[in-house]
Write a protein that binds this ligand. Structure first.
Ligand SMILES: [Fe+2]
Length: 306
């Protein structure tokens, strides 16, 4: 006999509520808070408690202030409605629950509207250390505290603008194959930029380099490794590197880039857009990430800005 959905909770890979929404083609969903099981809340508590001392040592100050401003619970999976009530007056950002992967253009377009697509499931208790797909701990404890910071939030919005620019500047390319080729390169450049900054970025600070990238801030092992390990190469950020360096996903990052401030990061996104308009992103270095058909399609199908 099948188990009732409430007994299964909202565990990544085992969440009928989310899988059924996906099956119905619904991308934007409710958090369905009552479905979290005691094990789900326990996973959050364990993840949060072991991260806390590492955040204090290795996270940038804006992140630590963000955790406080959102009043994130150490004990229970947070309600997105509570977070959003605190976040809205700070930067206008909102965490928006989704059923799964959001194709590239739609994702960046959400950022432009100050909405952050947020996973609601949490990793299984026996997989605390590594999960290839995002979960609510990565999205809410790793990303959302950064959205309380004005310059960082504005940077995400500018990133969303870049996706619109990509559609606009390639719309006049007559040959569909050539348009797809250029967009594939531009999406690769944008994905790498996002990866090496929003996901794995370091920022110079009074205590030395600290993490602001959410992939680091939600990983117990990698956060310390990123700051302390002699094996990691850490360089002052340069746009040439951000767009041409392959992004490797299934091991600790061997190469990280340091920004001076979030105003600096904002300027880099401006520069990214200028380079895009100048055609400099049409031929970036081959390599990871592979651009999925659904990501390319989302750009090809996007309305051309007037
Ligand atoms: Fe992420």
């Amino acid at each position: 006999m099948p188990q009732p959905v409430t007994a299964l909770g909202l565990t990544t890979g085992h969440a009928p509520f989310v899988e059924e929404a996906r099956h119905r083609g619904e991308l934007y969903i409710e958090q369905a808070y009552n479905l979290y099981s005691p094990e789900n809340h326990d996973s959050w508590r364990r993840l949060y408690q072991r991260m806390q001392p590492r955040w204090e040592r290795y996270a940038n100050d804006h992140f630590l202030k963000g955790i406080e401003a959102l009043d994130l619970s150490p004990d229970r999976v947070p309600r997105l409605a509570d977070i959003n009530r605190r976040l809205l007056p700070l930067t206008g950002f909102q965490a928006k629950p989704v059923s799964g992967y959001v194709p590239g253009f739609l994702f960046f377009d959400c950022l432009r509207r100050r909405e952050f697509p947020t996973t609601i499931t949490i990793r299984p208790a026996d997989r605390m250390d590594y999960l290839p797909e995002p979960d609510i701990f990565h999205d809410v404890a790793g990303h959302v505290p950064m959205h309380t910071e004005r310059a960082f939030a504005d940077t995400l919005v500018r990133f969303g603008d870049c996706a619109h620019t990509a559609v606009e500047i390639t719309a006049s390319v007559r040959d569909p194959k050539e348009r797809a080729r250029r967009l594939t390169n531009i999406i690769k450049a944008m994905s790498r930029f996002f990866w090496f900054t929003v996901e794995f970025g370091l920022m110079r600070g009074p205590r030395g380099a600290c993490a602001y990238g959410s992939g680091l801030l939600s990983s117990y092992g990698e956060l310390e490794h990123a700051i302390q390990s002699a094996e990691v190469q850490r360089y002052p950020v340069q746009l040439e590197w951000l767009i041409n360096q392959g992004a490797e996903i299934d091991h600790y990052q061997p190469l990280l880039f340091i920004v001076d401030s979030f105003d600096h990061l904002f300027e880099l996104v401006d520069q990214l857009e200028r380079w895009m308009r100048a055609g400099k992103l049409d031929n970036v270095a081959p390599g990871l990430p592979e651009i999925a058909e659904s990501d390319l399609r989302s750009f090809l199908d996007a309305p051309v800005p007037a």
